[in-house]
Design a protein. Structure first.
Length: 85
């Protein structure tokens, strides 16, 4: 999110990013841990999806599309978490 916000690809994420970084203490540490685990999942899932086409010219497209789709969904999930009381 950090890069997308600052290079202007997702200007709407800048406020969300600031709100996520503002979460501190024990809850902030849990969020960081969850995000690290999610990144590991995302990368493994996309390697799996692209692996179906291993060696083919479409494999990189499948991989990058997977990264985009999962990241967009994760962003929506994080925004929803911020909106909870």
């Amino acid at each position: 999110m950090n890069n997308l916000c600052h290079i202007g690809l997702h200007p709407g994420l800048c406020g969300t990013e600031r709100r996520l970084y503002a979460i501190g203490g024990h809850l902030g540490n849990k969020l960081k841990s969850a995000q690290r685990a999610w990144l590991t999942f995302r990368d493994a899932q996309c390697r799996y999806e692209a692996g179906v086409y291993d060696g083919g010219s479409i494999a990189p497209l499948v991989h990058s599309s997977c990264l985009t789709n999962l990241t967009e969904q994760r962003t929506k999930d994080l925004i929803a978490l911020l909106d909870q009381p």
